[in-house]
Design a protein around this ligand. Structure first.
Ligand code: SAH
Length: 255
């Protein structure tokens, strides 16, 4: 059952979300982008007027994502590559003259997943040329712009790395929204309040036995010790290990 739900949510993502690379110069970047997409379960790649594709370098850089390249569609312009899309998100390394709604990659992931939940069938995330990004006209075709918050003095990521960040955030948003993030179960039950309190009392007893602090003036020591154990949410076995250690020290002290 769990696997089925997971498959449906991720399949929906793979079927509905296309990544569009516009005017890419280096075939290596196309291959690396295909790999970045496939690691995140995306496979719809559209290439708008690539300078040099197909090319062996692209296939070499794609590693096990050659299928994504095999299926990649080539278009003459962005308009044709985004046909039927109800949501188009453009990426940009810098601010443009006319402000547009600009969101973070995380917000973009949520926008995409929300659109799919509303029944949108086609969403595009658009990436620009290595040397000069997307034209104003191309950015003007987008509903939203995404900026990856970078160092202001050097804001331009390698194309495939920008693809990796957007595809990761999109997958994460889908997994979170479908409550499919796998969190490993803890191997031991957490200590309950009784056990934690007894542990703290035991440590206090030991500290007094070795004159660790002035009982007339403990200051904040006990509060800090208490905070440490409460904050660490220790499990039953960890509590037992410490209790055993404190007892062993007490036994030695008695001898
Ligand atoms: N000099 C170009 C940089 C292009 S980098 C410019 O000023 O736009 C190639 C592509 O990678 C960009 O078009 C964009 O799609 C993506 N990219 C690189 N850095 C990015 C960033 N900080 N935020 C969003 N996308 C980015």
């Amino acid at each position: 059952m769990f696997m089925e739900v997971k498959k449906t949510a991720l399949e929906l993502l793979a079927e509905s979300v296309r990544f569009v690379l516009v005017g890419t110069t280096h075939p290596g970047n196309i291959g690396a982008s295909a790999r970045a997409m496939k690691t995140m379960g995306l496979s719809k790649l559209k290439l708008v007027a690539p300078k040099d594709f197909p090319n062996d370098i692209a296939f070499y850089r794609a590693k096990a994502a050659k299928d994504v390249l095999d299926q990649a569609e080539i278009h003459v312009d962005l308009f044709s590559a985004t046909k039927n899309c109800e949501l188009i998100i453009g990426t940009s390394a810098r601010n443009r003259k006319v402000p547009w709604p600009v969101i973070s990659p995380k917000e973009a992931g949520k926008e995409i997943v929300n659109a799919l939940k509303r029944g949108t069938n086609d969403v595009a995330v658009v990436f620009g040329r290595e040397d000069r990004g997307l034209t104003n006209e191309e950015l003007g075709m987008c509903n939203l712009h995404v900026h990856i918050p970078t160092n202001e003095e050097y804001s331009s990521l390698n194309l495939s790395q920008a693809v990796q960040i957007l595809s990761y955030e999109t997958r994460l948003a889908m997994l979170e929204s479908a409550d499919l993030l796998e969190k490993p179960e803890w191997d031991v039950e957490l200590a309950n309040n009784d056990q934690t309190e007894r542990l703290i009392a035991h440590l206090d007893e030991l500290m007094q036995e070795v004159d660790f602090y002035d009982t007339q003036n403990p200051r904040k020591l006990l509060t800090r010790v208490r905070r440490f154990f409460k904050r660490s949410r220790i499990d039953k076995m960890e509590a037992n290990i410490f209790r055993g250690l404190f007892s062993a020290i007490q036994q030695k002290l008695k001898k």
